[in-house]
Design a binder for this molecule. Structure first.
Ligand SMILES: *Cc1c(COP(=O)(O)O)cnc(C)c1O
Length: 370
C-alpha cells in the first residue's frame, strides 16, 4: 500500500446508516448528511442510497450532492457567507431550504429569488446561546460565535418581513457545535428551541420546519468500543424534550455518520530521540489530518502488525510538515518502532480527507474502499 492512505470500511458505514435510519425513521425524523465531513463520491453514493438528504455549506457542495444523485428536494444549504452566485445556484436548482444566518443575507436571497421569479423556502438559523461544552474551535451556538441571526437582526426581520415577498419563512434552524458527547447538552438545546418555536409562531407563521443541526460526537479514545454511535439515545433525547410534536423535524449529522469507517495508514519514516523525547516521524501529517493541529484533537493510533507488550515505548508521533503543530499524537504508547513500520490512525472518516491540504507541496493519494 502506498502511504499515507485513507481507507474506508464500507460495511461499517452501511451498518452505521442502517442503525441511524432505524432510530430516526421510527420517530419520523429526517436526516441530512453534512457533506463537509467527507465528500468522496463513494461515500456520498452510499449515503444517498440509504435515503438521507444532504446538508451543504457551499455551492460546490450542492453541486457534488446533486451529482451524487441526491434529490434537490432533500438538499439544504447553510453557511454564514453564501455568495450571490451560490444563492442563485441553489435557487435555480430548487433545493429544499436555505438556512439564512442574517438580515442582509435574507434580503439578498429575496432579491435573487425575485429575479428568478421564484418563492424560496427559508429557515432562520438562530443562535440559542447553548454551550456545547466542546472544543472552543468547534463551538458554534454561543452569542460570541459568528453563526446565525442575533436577536437584534431577528427583530429587524420581523419588522420588514412583509416586504420580503419572495421568501417563504418556514421555520428555524440550529446547530450548536460538534463532537458533543453529553446528551444533556441536546436537552438544553430542546428547552431553548421550545421557547423559540413559540416566539416564531407569534411573529411569523405556523412553524412547519425545524432543523436541529448535527453535532453528535464519536468515541475517539476507544473507537473499537463504539464503532457505531448511539443514535437511539440521541434521537430519544429530542423526542423526550421537544414539546411540539406535530412539526417536521430535521437533523444534519456529519461526524457521527462517517468518522469511524475511516482509517489513515501511514509509514514510519524515521525514529529519533531528543534529550527528553522519542519521536516517530511518519509520512502523514497535518496536511492529511488537520484535527490534532487545529483542535488539539486526539486520534487513537494503532501499530499495524504483531506487537510485543514488553517493548512498549512512548513516542510523539509527528508528521513531515514544517510546523511544530504538526503532531498527530503525544506520548503515544507503541511497540518499539522501526523504519518502515505501518501505523493506523483511527476514526479518520470525518473531517480527515475533506480537510486535507496541499501545503508543503503535498499530493493526495487515492483512497481505498473495502
Ligand atoms: C458541520 C455542520 C453540521 C455537521 O456537524 P457534525 O458535528 O459533523 O455532525 C451540521 N450542520 C451545520 C450547519 C454544519 O455546519
Amino acid at each position: 500500500m502506498n502511504t499515507p492512505c485513507f481507507s474506508y470500511d464500507m460495511a461499517i458505514l452501511n451498518e452505521t446508516l442502517h442503525q441511524l435510519n432505524d432510530a430516526s425513521s421510527k420517530r419520523n425524523y429526517k436526516v441530512h448528511y453534512a457533506v463537509k465531513a467527507n465528500y468522496n463520491p463513494q461515500i456520498l453514493d452510499a449515503i444517498m442510497l440509504n435515503g438521507l438528504g444532504a446538508d451543504c455549506v457551499s455551492g460546490r457542495e450542492i453541486a457534488w450532492a446533486l451529482e451524487a444523485g441526491f434529490n434537490s428536494d432533500k438538499v439544504v444549504f447553510a453557511g454564514v457567507g453564501k455568495s450571490d452566485e451560490e444563492i442563485a445556484y441553489a435557487i435555480s436548482n430548487d433545493i429544499a431550504m436555505i438556512h439564512c444566518e442574517g438580515l442582509q443575507e435574507a434580503i439578498t436571497v429575496n432579491e435573487i429569488a425575485k429575479s428568478q421569479g421564484k418563492i424560496v423556502n427559508i429557515a432562520l438559523r438562530l443562535n440559542p446561546n447553548v454551550n456545547a461544552n466542546t472544543h472552543a474551535k468547534i463551538t458554534t451556538g454561543l452569542s460570541e460565535n459568528k453563526f446565525g441571526f442575533s436577536v437584534i437582526e431577528l427583530n429587524k426581520l420581523i419588522l420588514m418581513k412583509d416586504q420580503l415577498t419572495n421568501l417563504n419563512i418556514q421555520g428555524l434552524h440550529f446547530h450548536i457545535g460538534s463532537q458533543i458527547r453529553d446528551l444533556n447538552i441536546f436537552k438544553s438545546l430542546c428547552e431553548k428551541v421550545n421557547d423559540y418555536i413559540r416566539f416564531f409562531e407569534l411573529n411569523f407563521n405556523t412553524l412547519s420546519y425545524l432543523n436541529l443541526g448535527g453535532g453528535l460526537g464519536v468515541n475517539y479514545d476507544n473507537p473499537d468500543a463504539e464503532l457505531i454511535p448511539d443514535f437511539e439515545a440521541y434521537f430519544a433525547t429530542f423526542e423526550a424534550n421537544l414539546l411540539e410534536k406535530n412539526i417536521e423535524v430535521h437533523f444534519e449529522l456529519g461526524r457521527s455518520v462517517v468518522a469511524q469507517c475511516g482509517k489513515l495508514y501511514t509509514k514510519v519514516l524515521y525514529v529519533k530521540e531528543s534529550e527528553t523525547k522519542k519521536f516517530a516521524v511518519i509520512d502523514a501529517g497535518m496536511t492529511e489530518l488537520l484535527r490534532p493541529a487545529l483542535y488539539d484533537a486526539y486520534h487513537h493510533i494503532d501499530f499495524n502488525g504483531i506487537a510485543f507488550k514488553s517493548d512498549v515505548q512512548k513516542y510523539d508521533v509527528v508528521g513531515p510538515i514544517c510546523e511544530s503543530s504538526d503532531c498527530l499524537g503525544k506520548d503515544v504508547q507503541l511497540p518499539e518502532l522501526r523504519r518502515g513500520d505501518i501505523l493506523v490512525i483511527r476514526s479518520c472518516g470525518a473531517y480527515g480527507e475533506s480537510m486535507s491540504l496541499n501545503y508543503n507541496g503535498r499530493i493526495k493519494q487515492a483512497a481505498v474502499y473495502c
